[in-house]
Design a protein around this ligand. Structure first.
Ligand SMILES: Cc1cc2nc3c(=O)[nH]c(=O)nc-3n(C[C@H](O)[C@H](O)[C@H](O)COP(=O)(O)OP(=O)(O)OC[C@H]3O[C@@H](n4cnc5c(N)ncnc54)[C@H](O)[C@@H]3O)c2cc1C
Length: 455
């Protein structure tokens, strides 16, 4: 009775996507979740942070309303109302997702699961046996040695996203995606923000040009940052948290957000005991998400691929289709769209200039400045679209900075993933006036026929 085609441990992006697709393909599925269906993305990640960022955008628009001829005054943030709005968004999506899982005839089990055999998961004394077991237990926020999270003054994104106050000042440890998004939100809400990043630049996984533009925009917004310097220690005192850096410099603020990355949830749940191969805590898999143990698969943040919800979805779907014998194409991780939803946004797909060169391409590139785009002027945003391409070959990477550029990834990822050349894209007509015209203009420039471009 408790025998299934697929037993899935973890109901986040990776796990539930695998459950939905497996059920769609006619497989019997049990989905085991100890907390809330939807996981990090819905309850503690993508959705709540983007709601906060949207509230931040409205705050910024209000502060700058006079520039658009609108009489309005920014007074303060009402964090109870912000949280009510954010939680309302989550609640609606949560309800929808619960309904979806129910409607697909998926057996949903609430409780803490443990892998007790290669094909069995135990939950509260009940054993669920699967022809296939899919591990999707996600990730947790990491901290640094000696840096204890107290949940009040020293926090991770988990506590920070439910603050019922705006900190007067904040230190953000880590200038990656999560760190930059919180820095952006808190600055919009009125906090004095300083980012500390050990690597030489903010959003260091992005193309260097994108980091430079984000840093310039943050400087303009009054968001301070120190890069290329390592954290040494933190101490709590009457004035807040004081962070000491390796060069002896100190910074003090009301709160310290630790945003130094996320680690995989893979210990004490039977994975080691069943002989599942791991590296630095991440489960190692082949290009179809098979672990070292036949019949056991792993998806999402527990495998060493990009920790993004849409990557988890794609991996979950891939596994369901592979199990069903559809022989899906492995995921090309270079073709995954990436966004940092700060103000301005940073968005990219494909290779950076540095990676393209490392891989031996003869690289050509062009940068289209949003100063040439009508909609960018209407929005009063600045930034650019940079194209990296192989000489006389396809577009290898698209790197964008500016308000709302994340939305342009829909086209950018088609260009990259279909291996389009600039001359394929240049004739496509883009609606005027939209930011997407900048995508067309960038390709026109690279194809040797720039229209609204100087120089
Ligand atoms: C602040 C923040 C912002 C983010 N913003 C974005 C964004 O804008 N876009 C984006 O694409 N990604 C974003 N992410 C990343 C995204 O949330 C994750 O990549 C995604 O949620 C990973 O999905 P997953 O299924 O691997 O893990 P999770 O979503 O973490 O799900 C794992 C689930 O497994 C459950 N579980 C764990 N152990 C057990 C057990 N033993 N028994 C039963 N259940 C168990 C957990 O309760 C959890 O629900 C963000 C993350 C954070 C933290």
């Amino acid at each position: 009775m408790n025998d299934f085609d697929v037993v899935i441990l973890g109901g986040g992006s990776g796990g539930y996507a695998c459950a939905l697709r497996s059920a769609q393909l006619g497989l019997s599925v049990v989905l085991i979740e100890k907390d809330k269906l939807g996981g990090t993305c819905l309850h503690r990640g993508c959705i709540p942070t983007k709601a906060l960022l949207h509230a931040g955008e409205i705050a910024e628009n209000t502060k700058h309303a006079a520039e658009f001829g609108v009489n309005a005054q920014f007074l303060s943030m009402d964090m109870l109302a912000v949280n009510a709005y954010k939680d309302g968004v989550i609640a609606k999506l949560y309800k929808g997702l619960q309904g979806l899982v129910k409607s697909r005839n998926i057996t949903y089990v609430e409780g803490h699961g443990k892998l007790v055999a290669k094909n069995q998961v135990e939950v509260n004394g009940t054993i669920y046996t699967g022809k296939n077991v899919v591990l999707a237990t996600g990730s947790f926020p990491r901290t640094l040695p000696g840096l204890e999270i107290d949940g009040k003054q020293i926090v991770t994104s988990e506590e920070a996203m439910s603050f019922d106050f705006v900190p007067k000042s904040a230190i953000v440890l880590g200038g990656g995606v999560i760190g930059c998004e919180f820095a952006s939100v808190w600055s919009s809400f009125g906090a004095d923000v300083t980012i500390i990043e050990g690597l030489p630049r903010l959003v260091a996984l992005e193309d260097e040009s994108s980091s430079k533009q984000l840093e310039r925009a943050f400087r303009k917004r009054g968001i301070k940052f120190e890069t290329g310097i390592k954290f040494q220690s933190a101490s709590k005192g009457p004035n807040g948290v004081t962070v000491t850096l390796e060069n002896g410099a100190t910074h003090t603020a009301e709160v310290l957000l630790v945003a130094v990355g996320r680690g995989p949830v893979t210990s004490n749940i039977g994975y080691e005991e069943q002989g599942i191969a791991m590296e630095r805590g991440y489960i190692t898999v082949d290009n179809k998400c098979r672990t070292s143990v036949p019949g056991v698969w792993a998806v999402g943040d527990i495998i060493p691929t990009l920790q993004l919800a849409h990557v988890g979805f794609a991996e979950g779907i891939l596994v369901a289709e592979e199990i069903s014998g559809l022989n899906p194409r492995p995921i090309n991780y270079d073709g995954v769209p990436r966004v940092t939803y700060s103000e301005p946004e940073v968005a990219s797909v494909g290779l950076t200039t540095a990676t393209a060169k490392e891989r031996g391409y003869d690289v050509v590139e062009t940068t289209y400045d949003l100063a040439g785009n009508g909609k960018a002027h209407i929005l009063k945003t600045s930034g650019s679209i940079k194209l990296v391409a192989a000489k006389n070959g396809p577009v290898l990477g698209i790197h964008m900075v500016g308000a709302r550029v994340g939305e342009l990834l829909a086209e950018a990822q088609l260009i990259y993933n279909w291996e389009a050349e600039a001359s394929d894209v240049a004739p496509l007509i883009h609606a005027h006036p939209t930011l997407s015209e900048a995508m067309g203009e960038a390709h026109m420039a690279l194809a040797g026929k720039p229209l609204h471009a100087h120089g």
